[in-house]
Design a binder for this molecule. Structure first.
Ligand code: AMP
Ligand code: MG
Length: 418
């Protein structure tokens, strides 16, 4: 299979394609084949641009800094005047930041200068005030100064016309400041990605109401709300649905008409009240629906009309794991951002871990640094995928590859920081 030529029709003809037990990496690659970034662009205020995605390269309209200025409080001098071991210069004025010295500085003269102030004409160096002695208008300066010292030059940070930010850049606080520093009040960004979410399950009740026997609170929608807010998506919250095939069908069709992406939780496995896979078959197209991973075995991915559909498992930890391992990257691509490399490294596992070969496992880990600087990781204990508190205590995944069996205490494992 090559990167760009895959379609749903050709999937079935691939020998290594098993939608019932797909390896994690293959699932990631497959999803990628179906993603094309949104193209609609809008112009918004830089003030409102937090966590939006740049739709065009930003070229600097100016030099930064725009003028040569002093990086110290002291005296602007002509280096040629500092040939002796003790040099007496005549102070002829002062240059303040935003209010420079208008005149020209001649031989034997200097100007008192503040940090950020423009270097007066004729000067080529700044001597820190700590290295000068002032007696009235006479400034005495010793030897050992370099030409050009303590001056920040025009364009030293950014040259006019240079690409400062590239299309696809996520706008974080630093980019907001950078745009403002170049004088931009507005910026061109991709429109927000519309993501519809809903939970499924007859047992689900909303927080703030009382639980009857057998009921639990719908937490997945809150987790998803947080995850999607963090990504800067426009969330279409469709609430919590009963395990009723027609109710879910109607929700999926409505979501597909309104959203770029649909994310559901629950009902994705093979129980009698699990309709996600059947419905995706009936009204959309299934790319895969079961992964060789734990937690998160039932993860459906496919398309309904033009919308991408992720049917996440119901277990709260599995929701987070599948979102972080598959959905987030896909959403970044759809938002027009460049996919980010997963930051992963090795640590020594201080707990033994039970594992059977056959699936990739994402265990919740707590990473610490030992006194000798080595990275140590322990599991959060019981790894049942219903235990959301373990996810809150963890700061990383311990990623155990498919073929891995039991992990002995003291062995090296791969970890992924949250
Ligand atoms: P399911 O995938 O629908 O079989 O659900 C698997 C497990 O996750 C069951 O124990 C469900 O009760 C639980 N679950 C499903 N949806 C949610 C939700 N929105 N919030 C919390 N737990 C859920
Ligand atoms: Mg269910």
């Amino acid at each position: 299979m090559t990167a760009q030529n895959i379609t749903l029709a050709t999937l079935a003809t691939m020998d290594d394609y098993d939608p019932n037990s797909m390896p994690v990496e293959q699932a990631r690659q497959l999803i990628k084949q179906f993603l094309s970034p949104i193209s609609a662009v809008e112009t918004i205020k830089v003030y409102d641009a937090f966590h939006r995605t740049l739709a065009a390269d930003v070229l600097s309209p100016m030099n930064v800094p725009p003028h040569n200025y002093s990086s110290m409080d002291g005296y602007a001098v002509r280096h040629a005047d500092l040939t002796g071991t003790s040099n007496k210069l005549k102070k002829i004025g002062t240059s303040f930041a935003g209010n420079g010295f208008g005149g020209k500085v001649g031989a034997g003269e200097c100007v008192r200068i503040m940090t950020g102030a423009t270097i007066p004409e004729g000067c080529d160096s700044v001597v820190m005030q700590e290295h000068a002695k002032a007696e009235g208008e006479v400034i005495e300066i010793g030897a050992g100064h370099k030409r050009g010292q303590n001056i920040r030059l025009v364009g030293e940070d950014i040259e006019q016309g240079a690409v400062v930010l590239a299309r696809g850049q996520l706008l974080r606080p630093v980019e907001m400041g950078l745009l403002a520093s170049l004088g931009f009040a507005e910026v061109s960004v991709y429109r927000k990605l519309k993501v519809a979410i809903f939970s499924t399950g007859d047992e689900l009740r909303q927080p703030g109401t009382a639980l009857a026997a057998g009921q639990i609170y719908d937490s997945n929608r809150y987790t998803l709300l947080g995850l999607l807010t963090e990504l800067g998506a426009q969330i279409i919250d469709m609430g919590s649905l009963r395990d009723d095939k027609e109710v879910i069908r109607a929700a999926l069709l409505k979501a597909a008409a309104e959203a770029d992406v649909i994310i559901s939780s629950g009902g994705a496995s093979v129980g009698d009240a699990d309709f996600i896979k059947q419905l995706l078959d009936e009204i959309g197209e299934v790319v895969f629906w079961k992964l060789a991973m734990k937690p998160g075995r039932p993860l459906a991915y496919g398309k309904i009309g033009t919308a991408h559909f992720f049917g996440l498992p119901g277990n709260p930890v599995a929701v987070m794991v599948t979102f972080l391992q598959f959905v987030r990257n896909a959403l970044w691509v759809l938002m027009g951002q460049n996919p980010k490399a997963t930051f992963s490294f090795q640590a020594i596992c201080t707990t033994a871990i039970k594992k059977a070969p056959g699936r990739t496992e994402f265990q919740r880990g707590i990473l610490t640094q030992g006194g000798d600087g080595l990275w140590l990781v322990q599991t959060t204990g019981e790894q049942s995928s219903g235990i959301l508190s373990s996810m809150s205590r963890a700061n990383c995944f311990i990623v155990l590859p498919v073929e891995q069996g039991n992990v002995e205490k003291g062995s090296v494992v791969q970890i992924q920081l949250f």
